[in-house]
Write a protein that binds this ligand. Structure first.
Ligand code: DAH
Length: 341
């Protein structure tokens, strides 16, 4: 039996040292030390031994078990180290290889202009409001003094969401006037930039989606002079102090009186060219004194308060500023164009 144990010790140690991976090592552990392993089998026969032999053999058996256990742990550690060394080598990063440059992006020209405009208005004490693009006809039209049957509500011009014409994609940012007057305390000084939608064919000056920036001021004693001063300040801050503007009478249902602001053509300085369609002026925005009906519809006392409002076409502002002659360039996302700003 002693001989058998020595044999097991010798064979097992050799096998363990030769094991090439952890699976092989585990197989060896089972086949020697497991419940049905060779060493266990020998130990099971201890009962047949004489009383003198038993402790001697027992001691040897324990030694063999410890030796095998130790050898297995040692080999496992060795295999682990080898595997780690292999992985480190395989996954090594050469920090001296030049990196792939990440191209830094930049702002879209429309965002640049919007941020500048926001800056100017915040400087004049305005705050920024935002509202839904899917809007109620109630806000987009009715409460802006544009009753049922008004040509602006035509299905040919507006993207209606519901068959009954009660929900639509807002055609202007003006509904934000009503939303602001409904929810914010007076005095009121807000701008509300955002997308608007109209059923227009795409060409050099039209797009079914574009951006407006609405403005609204309601306070005691507001007059047309405040309107003119505010908008002239904006134009001169954005386009330089030499910019020439003119206010032209116009009609909007929700303002009275109403006007449009034109800026002298940047291309021809008023001489007339392709950009200004030979007019010498480019229309930039609509504005006016908020109609008493609109104020009263929001529960504002027109004996005490008055206000002015304006709606700016952001694309037009951007085109004017960067001398862009085709609106489509703003939306096509051609990097050759965008990279210029
Ligand atoms: N909402 C008008 C449009 O889309 C622009 C406009 C005109 C806005 C006059 C105003 C305003 O606030 O007072 O054509």
């Amino acid at each position: 039996m002693k001989q058998k144990l020595e044999e097991i010790r010798k064979d097992a140690l050799a096998a363990i040292e030769g094991a090439q991976d952890s699976a092989a090592l585990e197989n060896l552990r089972v086949s020697y030390l497991g419940k049905k392993g060779q060493l266990t089998a020998v130990l099971k026969q201890m009962g047949k031994l004489s009383a003198e032999e038993r402790p001697v053999i027992g001691q040897i058996a324990n030694e063999v078990r410890e030796a095998l256990g130790g050898a297995i742990s040692a080999q496992a550690e060795k295999l682990e180290k080898a595997a780690l060394a292999l992985r480190l080598k395989a996954e090594a990063v050469d920090v001296t290889i030049p990196g792939t440059p990440v191209e830094l992006g930049h702002r879209h020209p429309l965002s640049l202009i919007l941020d500048e405009a926001k800056d100017v208005f915040i400087g004049m004490g305005f705050s920024i409001a935002e509202g839904p693009e899917v809007e109620l006809a109630e806000y987009n039209f009715t409460r802006l003094n544009t009753e049922e049957g008004h040509p602006a509500r035509d299905w040919g011009d507006t993207f209606y969401i519901t068959e009954d014409s009660s929900v639509l994609l807002r055609t202007q940012t003006s509904p934000m006037q009503v939303r602001a007057m409904e929810t914010m305390p007076l005095p009121l000084r807000i701008i509300a930039p955002g997308r608007v939608y109209r059923k227009d064919e795409v060409d050099a000056t039209h797009s079914p989606m574009f951006h407006q920036l609405e403005g609204l001021v309601v306070d005691k004693g507001i007059t047309m002079a405040d309107l003119k001063g505010t908008l002239e300040t904006l134009v001169k801050r954005l386009y330089g102090p030499d910019s020439v503007v003119r206010f032209r009478p116009h009609h909007f249902p929700f303002t009275e009186p109403s006007c449009e602001l034109d800026v002298q053509c940047f291309e021809c300085k008023g001489q007339g060219c392709r950009v200004c369609k030979n007019e010498g002026w480019i229309e930039l925005l609509g504005a006016g004194m908020v109609h008493p009906k609109v104020l009263e519809g929001c529960g504002i006392d027109t004996e005490v308060y008055s206000g002015f409002a304006f709606g700016i076409g952001l694309e037009r502002m951007t085109m004017r500023r960067f001398s862009i002659s085709d609106l489509r360039l703003i939306f096509e996302n051609d990097m050759r164009f965008l990279a210029q700003f």
